[in-house]
Design a protein around this ligand. Structure first.
Ligand SMILES: [Fe+2]
Length: 460
C-alpha cells in the first residue's frame, strides 16, 4: 500500500542516493528523486499523494528557493532543506520557519538520526488518523533491523552484521552471518527475482560502524609504528573509509576518520627516512583499490617532502584526501586500474562501464564537495583532474603538462606510479628504476618536472 510520496530534489547523485536510502530504510513511503527544480515544481503540483519535500538550495536548473515558494503557494507541505549553504540572508526564506512549523533546515554533513526525526515529525503532522500514521514512525524505531537496498549492500565486501530476507511482518530468514564474505552472485540472483531489500541486524551494524571507527581512531593516535604495522593500519583505515563512503555515504564519522588517517600518514612518512620501506607490501590481499590508494598516499608525501613549494602538511592533506575519495564512484577494482582511454582494458569495456570511468572524477569530487571539509574546493580540483596525463592524452579535458597545475601534476604522477608498482606485481620493488625510466619521457616535462625529480629523490 502506498502511504504517500516523499520528493527528494538534489543535484548531486551520491548525496541524493544516500538521502533516498535513508528514507527507504525508515519509512513505508515511496520516494521520488529529481535533480531539477522545474521537475520538482511540476511534481508538487501534480502529485496528490506528496507529503514532504526535501531539497538542496542548488538544483540543476532553478534554485531550491523557487521550489520552496511554489510549494508554499500551493499546498504548503513540510519542506526540508539539506544544504551546506547559509540560508540566513536569503530573502525568499525569511518566513521559512513560520510558513510551516515542520519546515526544517539541516546542515551538510547532516546527522542521520536528526534527519529521520525531522521527517517523522513532518509526516506525523499530516496525520489522517489512518494506517499511514504508523508508517510515519521510523521503521528502525523499535525494530531490530536496518533495511538496506540490495544494490547498495553489494558495495560491501564483507557482511558487518547478520543479514536477513524478510518473509512476512515478523518472519526473517538469515542469509549471511556477520563477518561472512558477500557472495555477489547470490545476491544478484535475489535482485533478478525481484527482491529489493535486505535487513541488517541494526544493533550489530551500528555497533560495527561505531566500534570500527573508534578503534581505528585510537590506533591512528599511535606514533612511531614500525613501517609494516603502519601500512596495515593505513590499509585497514582506508578500507573502512572507502567501503562506508561507497555504501552508506560520506558521513561525518568517515570524514573524521579520513582526517585522522591523513595526519598519521603524513607523520609516519616524515619520520621514516626510507620511503621504499613502504612500497613493498603490495601483497596484503586487500585488493587493488586499497593498496593503490595507500601507495598514492605514501608517494604524494614523498613528493611533498622533497619539493619545497609543496612541503607543507596542508598540501599533504589535500593530496591524501584526494587519493582517499577520487575513485569512490567506481564499483570495481578492474575499472580503477584504467589509466588511459587508449588502453585495451578501456576499449574492451561495455558502453555503460566506459561511461562510469569517464564520469567517476565528478562522483568523487561531489562526494567531498558536499561535506564541510575546509579544503573541499582544492581537493575537488585535484580529483577532477586526476586522469589528465602530461602528454595531453588524458581525460576529461586532455590538458597538457603546462596546463595541469603543480599540485595536480604531483598527484597524477603518484597515482600512475602507484598503478605501475601494483601492476608490476611482487617484482615491482626492484623495478622502481624501470618505472622511472618508462615514465621519464613525458613525466619529466613542464609542471611534472619538479614532482618527478622530487619523487626520484624520495625513492633514492
Ligand atoms: Fe580514477
Amino acid at each position: 500500500m502506498n502511504n504517500g510520496n516523499i520528493l527528494v530534489g538534489y543535484e548531486n547523485e551520491d548525496i541524493r542516493e544516500i538521502i533516498v536510502m535513508m528514507l527507504e530504510s525508515e519509512f513505508d513511503y515511496s520516494v521520488k528523486e529529481v535533480n531539477s527544480g522545474q521537475v520538482a515544481i511540476s511534481e508538487l503540483k501534480e502529485d496528490e499523494l506528496l507529503k514532504v519535500l526535501i531539497s538542496d538550495i542548488q538544483l540543476k536548473d532553478i534554485c531550491g528557493e523557487q521550489v520552496y515558494l511554489a510549494n508554499r503557494d500551493h499546498k504548503n507541505l513540510p519542506f526540508v532543506f539539506i544544504t551546506k549553504q547559509d540560508l540566513s540572508g536569503v530573502s525568499e526564506l525569511s518566513r521559512f520557519n513560520d510558513d510551516n512549523k515542520n519546515n526544517a533546515k539541516l546542515d551538510m554533513p547532516f546527522d542521520h538520526e536528526e534527519f529521520i526525526e525531522v521527517i517523522s515529525k513532518a509526516l506525523l503532522s499530516l496525520s489522517t488518523h489512518d494506517s499511514s500514521d504508523m508508517a510515519a514512525i521510523p521503521l528502525s524505531q523499535g525494530s531490530k533491523y536496518y533495511r538496506i537496498k540490495i544494490k547498495r549492500f553489494l558495495k560491501f565486501k564483507k557482511a558487518f552484521s547478520n543479514t536477513y530476507i524478510k518473509l512476512s511482518e515478523d518472519k526473517y530468514i538469515k542469509v549471511l552471518n556477520i563477518d561472512e564474505l558477500v557472495e555477489h552472485e547470490k545476491f544478484e540472483r535475489y535482485l533478478t527475482k525481484g527482491l529489493e531489500f535486505l535487513y541488517l541486524d541494526k544493533q550489530q551494524f551500528n555497533d560495527y560502524l561505531d566500534n570500527r571507527v573508534n578503534a581505528l581512531m585510537d590506533k591512528l593516535d599511535q606514533k612511531n609504528l614500525e613501517s609494516s604495522e603502519a601500512v596495515s593500519l593505513h590499509l585497514e583505515s582506508l578500507q573502512q573509509v572507502q567501503e562506508v563512503a561507497m555504501s552508506v555515504g560520506v558521513k561525518k564519522q568517515i570524514i573524521d576518520l579520513a582526517d585522522k588517517l591523513t595526519g598519521n600518514v603524513i607523520d609516519t612518512i616524515k619520520k621514516n627516512k626510507n620511503l621504499k620501506d613502504f612500497l613493498s607490501p603490495t601483497s596484503s590481499g586487500m585488493g587493488y583499490q586499497f593498496e593503490h590508494s595507500n601507495l598514492v598516499n605514501y608517494l604524494v608525501c614523498g613528493i611533498a617532502n622533497h619539493l619545497s613549494s609543496l612541503s607543507t602538511d596542508i598540501t599533504g592533506q589535500k593530496l591524501i584526501q584526494a587519493s582517499i575519495f577520487c575513485d569512490i564512484g567506481l564499483p570495481e577494482d578492474r575499472l580503477m586500474q584504467i589509466i588511459s582511454m587508449a588502453s585495451d582494458k578501456y576499449i574492451a569495456l561495455p558502453q555503460e562501464q566506459k561511461k562510469l570511468v569517464q564520469q567517476h572524477m565528478q562522483e568523487g569530487a561531489k562526494a567531498i564537495g558536499n561535506t564541510n571539509h575546509p579544503m573541499a574546493d582544492e581537493i575537488e580540483r585535484i580529483i577532477l583532474a586526476h586522469h589528465e596525463l602530461p602528454d595531453g592524452a588524458g581525460f576529461p579535458k586532455g590538458l597538457t603538462n603546462q596546463q595541469i597545475p603543480l599540485l595536480s601534476a604531483a598527484f597524477i604522477l603518484a597515482y600512475n606510479f602507484a598503478n605501475q608498482i601494483i601492476m608490476g606485481g611482487k617484482k615491482s620493488n626492484i623495478q622502481i628504476d624501470k618505472i622511472f625510466s618508462a615514465m621519464g619521457a613525458s613525466y619529466s616535462q613542464g609542471n611534472f618536472a619538479s614532482p618527478y625529480k622530487a619523487l626520484k629523490d624520495a625513492l633514492k
